[in-house]
Design a protein around this ligand. Structure first.
Ligand code: IMP
Ligand code: MG
Length: 183
């Protein structure tokens, strides 16, 4: 049985760096949302670990919910076609919604999701992404909170997958090209 690390060419964001990101963003969000009605919505499944760790650094009363959208499947590039697989349970009216995403690439997924949610009368809708690949942006979308930028490589771990695998890697790594080019 091969270990996960054998398929990683480089560690891009270590466990220590992830903790620092979560502490920094958590403090910022705590400050920005004081007195507001915070609803944190994780986009499944990629935001799973980030959401779990980040929200423990938000020192405010908040609610959690989830949204699931169609994923890449075995591909490494977004098709631009987004499908809602599981909607948010809580009606958004009166809430300050903070969407939690694993990575912002072309921006198509988040722009579709934020547009869809705009009709639901939330007080506000903001976007927090762990990773950003700004040079790959196709649609105009600027996140409110960013953990860090990553180069244009396919990355996995800490929630991010390739073909539904590698999510449980405890850090962010670049996937070896031969893994997805020969698939
Ligand atoms: P976008 O719609 O092109 O911005 O793609 C965003 C979605 O694609 C994210 O929610 C991820 O699930 C996925 N994605 C984009 N780049 C990567 C990557 O490097 N590794 C893993 N998933 C990625
Ligand atoms: Mg994904």
């Amino acid at each position: 049985m091969a270990n996960l690390i054998n398929d990683i060419s480089k560690i891009l964001v270590s466990e220590d760096e992830l903790r620092e990101i979560n502490q920094r963003l958590g403090a910022q969000i705590t400050n920005d949302y004081a007195g507001k009605n915070l609803l944190v919505v994780g986009i499944l499944k990629g935001s799973l670990y980030f959401m779990a760790d980040l929200t423990r650094y938000i020192d405010l009363p908040l609610k959690l919910d989830f949204l699931a959208v169609s994923s890449y499947g075995g591909e490494t590039r977004s098709s631009g076609v987004v499908k809602i697989i599981k909607d948010i349970d809580i009606p958004l009216e009166g809430y300050d919604v903070l969407l939690i995403e694993d990575i912002l690439d072309s921006g198509r997924t988040l722009s579709y999701v934020t547009e869809m949610l705009r009709t639901r009368h939330a007080n506000s809708i903001s976007v927090c992404t762990l990773l950003d690949k700004p040079e790959r942006r196709v649609v105009d979308l600027t996140p409110d909170y960013v953990g860090c930028d990553v180069p244009d490589e396919f990355v996995v771990g800490y929630g991010l997958d390739y073909d539904q695998k590698y999510r449980n890697l405890p850090y962010i790594g670049a996937l070896k090209r031969e893994i997805y080019e020969n698939a």
